[in-house]
Design a protein. Structure first.
Length: 659
């Protein structure tokens, strides 16, 4: 018997809510959003027909509070709740509470969530169902000595994994017995913080493998199908970065075997709705069950692009009790799709998550963009740093790859640092371009380094800063005849700027010269022409070569986003004139908002450069803070358990005296 959904509440935030609402509205379903107090004006809140604020910023007091979510659904008169991904999406008790409240949970049955949500339990079920699994230990006993003996039996390297949850949290790869105790402690701590459950399992680390997952769908009428596979091998610390469909390593025969195994996995737990069965695919073609995600995946758009199916529409259809309406024989794959995840993080600083204002956001015009941000918004330290997904489709894999590169080149975000340049590097580098990326590709590659601005970039930055200041001065001075703009008598009158390039301050001068500008960067002289300019974009020709950029000028700084990277420059000359002091010494500050979980040094202790000082937990991950210089710890301003803000001084080191 079908139950129509007229009003849908999405118990989530960010881009996934906006994406679900897009389909719901197309189906004539009224939409309800929930929001924390700091999210009340966020894009997902604005996209809803109605938004209900349910609590303060911490997720535990808002998005994870089951009673508040259910109360909001009741207040809004919603018949159904879609959990999105993350938060309560794989929480069996929440799914059960939704059912008991007489509402429709847009997801699988609670028992299926419970069975697959626990890695140890699900692995035992898969072994019984005949689904290939990685050798390991998934028992209930959790003492360290047992883990050590099991690891010896399995053989190193091994993987320590949180039994509950996913998303790469609570996972550590261990290469030798001596590293096992710390890996267990860190994985358990991260699992408890992320999932409230510190249970672990251990299994053989399958190296030189791909991460290939199969999208499955089941209805309540006995139909279970798979919609092909996605290759998610490009990962960093088990977090997916770029995904594609189909996998370049899977042929039709392997697709059929993996698809059938995924169907059997779903049937083993009485699955209904959208789910993803994840496998490790070894070089020899053998594949092993990893886990099943009992929800809609972040990367579901690539499957939509190659199948032509709207997975959210199918979720809602199945939730209403209707049949899928097609069989396995009706599923076909067309072309190739690739998705890149844009994160608020600093790759060149150990991928530290970033928080702060979104001063300017421009989505690419040539791609699908599932975004949860907007100009004038804020990236909060309370939630996951993923901001948007850029998705493209092409008739071939190479066509899709080139389109995604072009789309990312056309993407601009100013205000917080992102991984855009890192994504472009991945797409251009040989492992991905040639279709041979593995789960270890990123982690085994050299650490990203900060881009160094060339003379053209410095020239462009100084020019837009110069033009912006000129416009501000002209506006304050009142109307000036256009014929007099840029007029000068005699020689050029260059305006000096001191822009930072790495650790040096480069003198850049800008002077009007006929119908262009003469810009001197250090000892190099360049000529720049302004082809077009708006309040945030500029098109230049510098020494005969075009340069397009998005920019933002504020006081003594300029942010410039080119096709490859985003740069931030400070005019040291204006900073000096205003008395500002940007100098630093041995002060270690919090790189983001978070909580100190451990301080590993004491006052008076001598430390070496790179030595671990503290561990900061932020955005559900633990980040190690190290000494930037060698010296002696003279002050410890923070303490374990304390909440800190970005920029707060935690530890002060007096540098070693040079001899």
């Amino acid at each position: 018997m079908s139950r129509p959904i007229r009003t849908l509440l999405v118990a989530n935030r960010g881009e996934i809510v906006v994406r679900i609402f897009r389909t719901a509205k197309a189906l004539g379903i009224k939409t309800v959003a929930i929001a924390s107090e700091i999210d009340k004006d966020a894009p997902h809140a604005k996209a809803a027909d109605r938004c209900i604020v349910i609590g303060p910023a911490p997720a535990a007091q808002s998005y994870l509070d089951q009673d508040k979510v259910l109360a909001a659904a009741k207040e809004a008169g919603a018949e159904a709740i879609h959990p999105g991904y993350g938060f309560l999406s794989e929480n069996a008790s929440f799914a059960r509470a939704v059912d008991e409240a007489g509402l429709i949970f847009v997801g699988p049955p609670p028992d299926a969530i419970a069975a697959m949500g626990d890695k140890a339990t699900s692995k035992r079920l898969m072994i019984e169902a005949g689904v290939p699994c990685i050798p390991g230990y998934e028992g209930e006993a959790q003492d360290e000595a047992l883990f050590a003996s099991e690891a010896d039996l399995i053989g190193y390297p091994v993987m320590v994994k949180a039994s509950a949850g996913g998303g790469g949290k609570g996972m550590r790869i261990v290469s030798s017995p001596g590293d096992l105790p710390e890996a267990i402690a860190r994985a358990r701590s991260e699992a408890e913080a992320s999932f409230g459950d510190g249970r672990l399992l251990i299994e053989k680390a399958v190296t030189e493998a791909r991460h290939v997952e199969v999208q499955v769908f089941a209805d309540t009428h006995g139909t279970t199908v798979h919609l092909g596979e996605r290759d998610c091998s490009l990962q960093r610390r088990h977090q997916k970065v770029i995904e594609e469909a189909p996998s370049p390593a899977v042929d039709p025969e392997l697709r059929e075997r993996m698809g059938q195994a995924a169907i059997e996995a779903a049937r083993a737990v009485g699955y209904v709705g959208a789910g993803t069965v994840e496998f490790l695919l070894a070089n020899d073609g053998a594949f092993y069950f990893l886990e099943m995600n009992t929800r809609l995946q972040v990367e579901h758009p690539v499957t939509e692009e190659v199948t032509g199916l709207d997975l959210v529409a199918l979720q809602l259809r199945v939730a209403e009790g209707l049949p899928l309406g097609f069989s396995q024989e009706d599923v076909s794959l067309s072309g190739h799709a690739i998705e890149a995840r844009l994160y608020a993080e600093a790759p060149e600083d150990g991928f530290l998550p970033q928080a702060g204002p979104v001063k300017l956001w421009r989505a690419p015009a040539i791609a699908r963009s599932d975004a949860g941000i907007e100009t004038g918004g804020e990236v909060s330290p309370n939630y996951d740093p993923m901001l948007t997904k850029i998705i493209v489709h092409g008739s071939t894999r190479e066509e899709a790859r080139r389109r995604l590169i072009a789309a990312l080149e056309d993407t601009a975000l100013l205000g917080v640092r992102t991984n855009r340049g890192f994504l472009l590097d991945l797409l251009r580098d040989a492992p991905f371009a040639e279709g041979r990326a593995l789960t270890t590709t990123i982690d085994q590659s050299p650490a990203p380094i900060a881009p160094v601005a060339d003379d053209r970039t410095l020239a462009a930055s100084a020019l837009v800063l110069h033009l912006t200041r000129r416009d501000t001065a002209l506006a304050a001075a009142g109307p000036i005849p256009g014929a007099l703009l840029g007029w000068q008598g005699g020689a050029d009158l260059p305006a000096p700027y001191g822009l930072n390039r790495g650790d040096e301050v480069v003198r850049v001068t800008v002077a009007a010269h006929r119908d262009a500008y003469r810009i001197v960067v250090g000892e190099e002289t360049l000529t720049a022409k302004v082809v077009d300019r708006s309040a945030s974009t500029v098109e230049l020709v510098i020494n005969g070569a075009p340069l397009s950029a998005t920019y933002l000028c504020e006081d003594a700084s300029v942010e410039l986003s080119t096709s490859d990277h985003a740069y931030r420059f400070t005019d040291a000359y204006q900073m000096s004139a205003s008395g500002a002091d940007a100098a630093g010494s041995g002060a270690i500050t919090a790189p983001m908002h978070g909580a100190i979980t451990e301080i590993t040094v004491e006052t008076g202790q001598k430390v070496a450069k790179g030595e671990k000082l503290a561990i900061l937990e932020a955005m559900k991950m633990q980040h190690e803070l190290t000494a930037p210089i060698a010296g002696t710890v003279t002050e410890i301003a923070g303490k374990a358990g304390a909440q800190v803000g970005a920029g707060d001084i935690l530890i002060v080191i007096e540098p070693e005296e040079e001899t």
